[in-house]
Design a protein around this ligand. Structure first.
Ligand code: FES
Length: 154
């Protein structure tokens, strides 16, 4: 049995310690906001926060996440997190989603990025693109993603 700290709650999962966090979230805990894309750490669809850092849950074994704070898109966009709420609002305002599949990972990467900035810092377009480069959108909504992240930074 592995106990994970998910969105501030201890959640026990009876899984092999090598099981990726992604599958613990989706299959054992019903937190399906975190998406499976490539399963190989390449697309960013599965991004969650582990101790505040954007992490790819498809290649993060539950054993390595035990004792750390895991935050999923459900909590990040619930309204309790100011930055997450700003990103969500900007996402809606800029109509970012096309198919929408990548957006929870995009939002989690954007939220971690914005939280990493010094207070009052407005990221440049190039800084946003660099921060978001690991999250692939097959619909190609990168201009809207950039605009939403810039807006959320204000
Ligand atoms: Fe994890 Fe693609 S599903 S990076």
């Amino acid at each position: 049995m592995t106990t994970l700290n998910i969105n501030g709650q201890p959640r026990a999962v009876d899984l092999d310690p090598d099981t990726p966090v992604l599958w613990a979230l989706r299959d054992s805990l019903g937190l399906t906001g975190t998406k499976f894309g490539c399963g190989a750490g390449l697309c960013g669809a599965c991004t969650v926060h582990v101790d505040g850092q954007a992490v790819r849950s498809c290649i993060t074994p539950i054993a390595s996440a035990e004792g750390k704070r895991i935050t999923t898109v459900e909590a990040a966009t619930s309204g309790a997190d100011k930055v997450g709420a700003a990103v969500k609002a900007a996402w809606i305002k800029h109509d970012v989603a096309q198919c929408g599949y990548c957006q929870s990972g995009q939002i989690m990467t954007a939220t971690a990025f914005l939280k990493s900035l010094p207070k009052g810092k407005r990221p440049s377009a190039a800084e946003i693109d660099a921060a978001m480069a690991g999250n692939i959108c097959r619909c190609g909504t990168y201009a809207r993603i950039r605009a939403a992240v810039a807006d959320a930074a204000q």
